[in-house]
Every structure is written in C-alpha cells, then in structure tokens.
Design a protein around this ligand. Structure first.
Ligand SMILES: *Cc1c(COP(=O)(O)O)cnc(C)c1O
Length: 380
C-alpha cells in the first residue's frame, strides 16, 4: 500500500537526534518557556524574514491569539467582520468566531482553490476590519490583489500559513512578501498591521510529534501583547496585564522543530519535484490537475486533483493500493456546527468539495511510487 502520508518514515531520520534532545531536556529539568523555544523562535523568525516569532500551542490558537492581540490593541472590536475564504479548513473560520468576530465568507477560484480577490470588495461593509487570507494546500493566495484591497479599505491582514511553511511570493512587492525571501532586508518588509499563523500539527510540511504552532510578525506592539497573551496575559510571573490563555509551544516540541527546520526547504523542493512530475505526466481527461505557476509560491502541502466521479476514482486507487484523502468532504457552511449557514449558496466551494481528491505527496515518497501513481492514474 502506498500510504497517503507516512509520518513514521518522515520522522525516522530524526530518531537518534530526537532521543538526544529528549535527554537534554530531561537533564535540564525545564519543560516550558525555555531555551529550546527561544532558539526556535529566533530561527523561525529568521527563516520567515520577520522580526518576531511567538511559539504557541497549535495553529488554531495562533490564529485566535492574533485576533485577540489586535482586539487588545484596540485595532479590532467584538463583532467586527473578517473576510475569509468559504473554501478553507474549518479552523480558519472557527478562529474568527472564537475571537468574537464575524466571519464573512467569499468564494474561491476553481483553478487555484484560493479566495477570488474580485469577489472581496462586494463583501466589504463599514464593519469589515480584516481579511484572513488562507494559503490553501500550500499555494499562496493572490496577496498582491488582497494587499491592494486591504490598503484601500484600511484592513488588517492575517495570513493562515498552516499549510504553506516556506512558500515565497514571486513578485517584487515587499509588502506582501511572506516567508523566507533571501533578497529582502527586515526594514523592507516592515508591515505593521500584519501577522502570520503557522501550525506544526504532525502532518504539516514541518510537524511536531504532537501539537504546536507559531505566530510571526514585524509588528512590535502586537508581538509584545502576544508573548503575554499565550502565557495567561502575563509578562512578569504572577502579574497579569491582559486576560490571556495558556497556549505555549513546549520545550520538547520546540527541540524537535529545531532539528527539522533546517530541512524544510529541501523537503519542500522534494514536494515540488513530485508535483512537477504529476503535472507533466498525468494525462487523463477525467482528471483536472491543480494550477501552479511553477514558482516557489507553492509548497504542495497537498496535491489536489478534481474529478467528477470522485468516489469511483478513489475506489479504483484503493484497489490499486494507493491511499488518497479528501480535503475536505464538507464545506464549512454545510457543517452541522453552522446550521444558520446551511442554506447559503457557495456553488464554487461546493463544487470543489464534491470533486477534490488529494494524491500522496511527501518528501519520503519514492520515485518508483510516483511512477506507479502516475501509471495507475493514466490507466483509469
Ligand atoms: C491545520 C490547519 C489549521 C489549524 O492548525 P492546528 O495546529 O491543527 O490547530 C488552521 N488552518 C489551516 C488552513 C490548517 O490546515
């Protein structure tokens, strides 16, 4: 069986190093808010060319805390509206609600699965205060267009980078440059009202052996609040300035991430190499391949194809020992949790959810496995 994502194989090369790190943490006898986290925060900020990184408990908390941070700073208020793609993992939308803000859903483009910037302006009201851009499946949303809209309407931009660690914009607009552009200096990327949320859930392009997350930003005011908010709103032990939460990236997980971060770019390259082969070699009229401009703006967290009779294709692949997954079978507005939205119509989002299927793609997939997947799809 070709596994959809073989996490054991992904983490295997680190096994000895993990054990050594674990011993180190045990010897230190210090498990929360220590040196490993500090080292990781510095490294991840540098990797993303931002001034600050704040390690938190998971990707969801990273999003919620960004919104709560802006509320604390008076830049957002309860019931403000936040534009968010209708086609996203539900965490993006739940995070907005968790911060007492109001999600306003916008349809995606069928080709990229990411939000359609043309449809954002008509959703903007006097209550709209932010856009949550989601870089779904690892491909950056059209940030040049989204930035223009945000500039014009004075909106905060939050970026959900839970699937896009290491993706880099391929245009020269520094304002929207996210992660890891080697040709940019910190002063050039200075962009106050902006923050990025990352998840290190095990299956992400860089994952913990458990839950983990981080926020990056160049906004020093926001960073100051976030360092406190994740730790009960306290800057100094037992003195609480804000009504914070407990959401910290622990020492053991941070130490594992410190070992994995140096390989993230190489891992992303391996994913892109596989994606290039899929795009060039899968030739089947029944299968619609994803759009990609071949730049590093895509890190292929997922390789998502579309087909009309998805169940038949998935069954065929299973019978050929190829495991696939659906990301995602039910759109957020059709979930039981959001009954008040169930009658809303987002036809493109619904079409995507009815037709998508994710093929195996990961740094540990072998060339022979990729050959077999392509061959099998071409014979379908
Ligand atoms: C994984 C994910 C999250 C949430 O991350 P967790 O660490 O699981 O809380 C948020 N948004 C998107 C798009 C994700 O894929």
């Amino acid at each position: 069986m070709i596994r959809f994502l073989d996490l054991k194989k992904i983490n295997e090369p680190y096994e000895t190093a993990f054990q050594e790190k674990l011993k180190l943490v045990l010897n230190n006898g210090w498990y929360i808010l220590g040196k490993e986290l500090e080292t990781f925060e510095k490294a991840f900020a540098e990797y993303n060319q931002t001034k600050y990184c704040i390690g938190v408990g998971n990707g969801f908390d990273a999003l919620v805390l960004i919104f709560k941070g802006y509320i604390q700073l008076g830049k957002l208020q309860k019931d403000d509206e936040v534009i968010v793609p209708a086609n996203t993992y539900i965490a993006s939308i739940l995070a907005i609600l968790q911060a007492d803000l109001v999600p306003v859903l916008v349809e995606p483009k069928l080709e990229t699965y990411n939000v359609n910037p043309d449809l954002i302006p008509e959703k903007i009201t006097h209550k709209t205060k932010a856009i949550l851009a989601v870089h779904l499946y690892g491909q950056l949303a059209e940030m040049d267009r989204i930035n223009e809209i945000a500039d014009k309407h004075n909106l905060i931009i939050v970026e959900d980078c839970a699937q896009s660690h290491g993706a880099v914009e391929n245009f020269n607009n520094f304002k929207s440059q996210i992660p890891n552009a080697s040709n940019v200096t910190l002063s050039e990327v200075e962009e106050p009202l902006r923050a990025f949320a990352f998840s290190f859930y095990p299956g992400k392009n860089i994952g913990c052996l458990g839950d983990g997350g981080a926020i990056t930003t160049n906004d020093s005011e926001l960073a100051k609040v976030l360092f406190a908010l994740r730790n009960y709103g306290s800057e100094q032990k037992y003195y609480n300035e804000y009504t914070g939460v407990n959401s910290r990236l622990d020492e053991i997980q941070a130490s594992f991430l410190n070992l994995k971060l140096p390989n993230l770019n190489a891992d992303n390259d391996k994913r892109r190499t596989i994606a290039k082969r899929y795009l060039a070699e899968i030739k089947n009229d029944k299968i619609i391949l994803p759009f990609w401009d071949l730049s590093n703006n895509h890190v292929f967290h997922l390789f998502v194809i579309r087909t009309e009779n998805r169940e038949a294709l998935q069954e065929y692949l299973t019978q050929n020992n190829i495991q696939t997954v659906i990301h995602y079978p039910i759109p957020p507005h059709k979930q039981k949790a959001f009954q008040e939205w169930n009658n809303l119509s987002f036809p493109i989002t619904e079409k995507i959810h009815n037709e998508v299927l994710s093929l195996p793609i990961s740094p540990v997939l072998t060339e022979a496995e990729v050959d077999f997947i392509i061959e099998t799809l071409n014979q379908y």
